[in-house]
Write a protein that binds this ligand. Structure first.
Ligand SMILES: Cc1cc2nc3c(=O)[nH]c(=O)nc-3n(C[C@H](O)[C@H](O)[C@H](O)COP(=O)(O)OP(=O)(O)OC[C@H]3O[C@@H](n4cnc5c(N)ncnc54)[C@H](O)[C@@H]3O)c2cc1C
Length: 450
């Protein structure tokens, strides 16, 4: 059964040079770089705050995997971190020797000003799920608002929705999940607890790390009795008031991140896992005896979903070969982090062997790196659309690397600067001079091959 929607006229709410859809890491990088090109920029975000998964899913740890390596944050991410630190310091974090973590609440406040100061016009509660195409160009995107659908017209559009929603609406081909069966990594609803015993957690080194390790051993030994298949238990900040943030535990497997039924199942099931975990943690860890659940993330978070087909598809082999592309727009360390899509942590997490089909965890152990080509941001088929963030053109394993928050911000920054060049020269993004793009990015603090 299908219905036909009647044709109707809708108002054009705004006309801008560059439109960024999605205000997560990629959207932040894109909007800032686009604004720096001197063009008018609007950012549409379906939620009421910026930050994407960092704030919407409490992923406050961001670049923890760079800690103790020779790699450093660069580009807009480094600017954001430095300015945030100058204003909010360590965000009450008292964990020893820890890398910098954000408070997602302070970050929400920080990001509003960070973007407004750059001249970006922000529009919250603006969910995009349609476009109008004419002559191979998106003429405008449609937002669903309380006042019904409204059109935003732009010369160039950057899809930073994480799920490639704009590209999908425009009919651009995409891939989703692993080749084997299309399964994505699980969805997670992170949460915070309050009332943890700070003294016990700090008196002999990092107590949260100890708990994470013990949990992992007990889970693998079948001792926890928990129904969630997740075996790991990373934590975020510990505050003097006994709050533990970013309890990254509940995972719902085998759901489709773009399907309302999958999303509903994920939200409900993860909340059940949170309650189960809370009861288990109170009983099994004396440091957590008096805890309460203090907050649950506003929305289920995903590590991957649609990957838009672009002019180039970054592969696992490119990363392994440490390819340096002529049109490189970012350098990133060799890292993979793939939570087993079917929940079974088969293999040892290494790239080789059976682990390749499921769980892959290869942290940074040396100076190996790879580059991301500009062509991965250019979807097949339309002249004025770019994509950035976790939905760029890549295979499933490569995505488990480029999904890093700082990588998403780098691809966003490149897309924003490229859209700026295209607007300024009145050409399409595919035809811009990539050397000029690289020069702009270098001037904005992005590290690129010499
Ligand atoms: C539980 C969990 C733990 C993680 N841990 C880490 C980690 O430790 N380190 C790390 O680097 N990465 C981590 N990641 C991965 C990382 O969070 C993502 O890969 C990254 O946030 C992707 O950035 P993005 O900007 O592409 O998309 P997102 O962060 O998903 O942001 C997309 C934004 O677009 C908005 N949006 C979506 N659709 C629409 C629409 N149709 N219209 C308007 N707005 C829309 C969303 O509300 C959101 O604000 C983790 C992810 C999860 C879920």
């Amino acid at each position: 059964m299908k219905y036909t929607i009647k044709e109707k006229q809708i108002d054009i709410k705004k006309e801008v040079d560059i439109l960024v859809v999605g205000g997560g890491p990629a959207g932040i990088g894109a909007a800032i770089a686009a604004a720096r090109s001197g063009n008018s920029v609007m950012l549409l975000e379906k939620r009421g705050f910026l930050g994407g998964n960092i704030t919407g899913s409490y992923v406050e740890t961001c670049n923890h995997f760079l800690h103790g390596t020779n790699f450093k944050a660069n580009g807009v991410y480094a600017e954001m971190e430095n300015k945030y630190k100058a204003q909010f310091g360590r965000s009450h974090d008292i964990r020893e020797n820890s890398p910098h973590r954000f408070s997602s609440e302070y970050l929400k406040i920080f990001l509003d000003e960070f973007l407004i100061k750059e001249g970006v016009e922000i529009s919250f509660h603006s969910f995009v799920n349609d476009v109008i195409i004419d002559e191979n160009r998106i003429q405008c995107v449609i937002i669903q608002s309380k006042k019904g659908p409204l059109a935003i017209k732009a010369k160039n559009i950057i899809d930073c929705t994480g799920d490639g929603d704009v590209a999908y609406s425009a009919g651009i081909p995409f891939e989703q999940g692993r080749d084997l069966d299309g399964l994505c990594q699980p969805g997670t609803v992170n949460f915070r607890i309050a009332g943890a015993d700070v003294e016990a957690l700090t008196k002999k080194g990092d107590g949260l790390k100890r708990i994470g390790k013990k949990f992992n051993e007990d889970y693998r030994a079948g001792k926890t009795g928990l129904t969630c298949k997740r075996q790991d238990l990373p934590f975020g900040r510990l505050t003097p008031a006994g709050q533990v943030t970013y309890v990254n535990y509940p995972c719902e497997y085998k759901i489709d991140p773009t399907d309302v039924d999958g999303l509903t199942q994920g939200e409900i099931q993860c909340r059940k896992y949170i309650l189960e975990f809370y009861e288990y943690a109170k009983k099994n860890f004396s440091e957590f005896e008096n805890i309460e659940i203090s907050s649950i993330a506003p929305e289920i978070g995903f590590r991957d979903s649609r990957r838009i087909k672009g002019l180039y598809r970054l592969t696992r082999d490119d990363i392994e070969d440490q390819k340096v592309f002529d049109d490189a727009i970012a350098i990133y360390p060799r890292i993979y982090d793939m939570l087993a899509p079917d929940g079974f942590m088969d293999g040892d997490g290494k790239m080789e062997g059976e682990g390749y089909k499921g769980h892959i965890y290869e942290p940074i152990t040396d100076d190996r790196s790879y580059t991301i080509p500009y062509r991965c941001l250019l979807p097949i088929g339309l002249d004025n659309l770019l994509v950035a963030g976790r939905c760029i053109s890549a295979d499933h394993v490569a995505e488990s690397s480029i999904r890093g928050i700082s990588a998403c911000m780098l691809t966003g920054q490149a897309a924003g600067a490229a859209a700026g060049i295209a607007c300024n020269e009145n050409i399409i993004p595919k035809d811009i001079d990539v050397k000029a793009l690289q020069t702009i990015l270098k001037n904005q603090g992005v590290e690129l091959p010499a």
